[in-house]
Design a protein around this ligand. Structure first.
Ligand SMILES: [Mg+2]
Length: 221
């Protein structure tokens, strides 16, 4: 872990990274997406679910597929799917303490919306700790793991990739970061599609506890 001593750019995915996937926040978003498709395309929920998963597979976000094939309004979609119950998402004092101690720029990099990132980080008690949120609009609706948003993010925040580390629960999203020269950390989980490629060489570290991992880095300094 010594190689993480000089990190000065900290990139965090949002969902299932800054909070535990077991909280089922993203499960609700997932269900809202099915509902949106069912209503928009006038199909049953089973069919909507099939379409949703196909688009996710093919275009990396359901939203991207819906824009390409059905010309839907992105803002309407994002607002609808992120309108979920976050009341059981608790303050995370350990995470707050460790993020506070990190030196350098801290940025959230999400395939979701800025509003959702703000709602979630407020619940956890870490909303004031970041220098920026790079959301799906900033990505111009080209989601991770396409290379474009990573490059745009690096440019926007003047990131030096060799001093940057990226934390993310979907293993394949770490690949472009690694290829740009960043360090990568996979947040362990049991979602088959998120864990796919988690044994690849583009993953430098793995952890099942983000706060603890950050603590170890903070103790190197
Ligand atoms: Mg995630």
């Amino acid at each position: 872990m010594k190689d993480l001593k000089d990190i000065k750019f900290w990139l965090f995915d949002l969902d299932n990274t800054l909070y535990d996937g077991a909280t089922k926040v993203f499960d609700q978003v997932d269900k809202k997406m099915s509902k949106f498709i069912s209503e928009k395309l006038n199909v049953g929920i089973e069919e909507a679910r099939r379409i949703q998963k196909n688009y996710f597979q093919e275009y990396n976000t359901t939203l991207n597929g819906m824009i390409k094939h059905h010309k839907i309004d992105a803002d309407e979609f994002l607002e609808f799917v992120h309108d979920v119950d976050l009341s059981f998402l608790n303050k995370d004092k350990d995470l707050e303490d460790e993020i506070k101690k990190l030196e350098g720029k801290k940025i959230i990099f999400t395939n979701g919306s800025r509003a959702h990132a703000l709602n979630v980080t407020k619940r956890i008690g870490i909303d004031k700790l970041f220098d920026g949120i790079f959301d799906i609009r900033d990505c111009e609706f080209i989601p991770k793991p396409s290379k474009e948003p990573y490059k745009k993010l690096v440019e926007n925040y003047k990131i030096e990739p060799q001093y940057c580390i990226f934390f993310e629960d979907i293993a394949r999203n770490l690949k472009p970061a690694y290829e740009l020269g960043m360090k990568t950390v996979w947040i362990k989980n049991n979602e088959p599609w998120a864990a796919k490629y988690s044994d690849s060489n583009f993953i430098n570290y793995k952890t099942d506890n983000l706060a603890k991992f950050l603590k170890e880095i903070n103790e190197l300094r």
